[in-house]
Design a protein around this ligand. Sequence first.
Ligand code: AMP
Length: 283
Amino acid sequence: MSLLLCTRRRRMSELVRRWREQGLSIGLVPTMGALHEGHASLIRRARRGNDRVVVSIFVNPAQFGPGEDYARYPRALSRDLALCRRCGADAVYHPGVSQVYPEGFSTAVQVSGLSERLEGKFRPGHFRGVATVVLKLLETTRPERAYFGEKDYQQLTLVRRMASDLDLGVAIVGCPTARQPDGLALSSRNAYLSPRERALAPAIHAALVAARGLARGGASPKAVERRARARILASIPQARVDYVELVDARTLRPAERARGRLRLLAAVWLGKTRLIDNIPVFN
Ligand code: AMP
């Protein structure tokens, strides 16, 4: 089957309605485009688990704050379509802003608690934008399953909460973080890095892994966080660390002890680029 490109919400809904009538299961992979191997791993996973796969490509203005990189966020539609085709997607939903937010649009989804911590503290309103657009994308495409990367661990947790709270009847599937061989998590924003910054960036993941060793040895959460932060700053003196936090993997509340299912998350500025990463600590 060839790849279908839908830019209109009605057309997308109509296409999935026909698939559903034929008894076909649908998997959705929501993205903002500038696709890389991380996205490809989600699409391939969706391909294995569903009869039809829809990839949405939408740079969502509602999840960018004033002064953030909405305008310069990388856009590469023809390369993205080629990647979707290679990974076996059936359709790409690529709506314009007015398809998603028509004039007069005034509703927002707020997932309380989870939205205000970590990323939410540094990017106020970000998760309201994420939850609102994800709900709209789920409503348009009505998938059985939707695929999200652990790379954006807080987003994955929040979408799971929303799907459960609102009885959306969609399975939220979390997928492992795809990395470069040197450990740097793949991200569309890596394209912003200068060659020098790119060379330094793997130190973030290395610092998380080193600090995880401490946690496994029984160190306190604060000591683990201090070690990760110090190691990042030792490797990248010009870095600015927004946060390094050891949290409960389910609730994202600060870990009280280095025990149980935890996650170590970080957000770090390298020059004008803000990178996030996280790793599991105990499984
Ligand atoms: P984005 O286009 O950055 O909004 O990401 C779209 C989806 O791809 C989200 O669910 C991300 O968590 C996921 N994703 C982004 N980078 C990676 C990666 N390196 N590995 C796995 N999933 C990723």
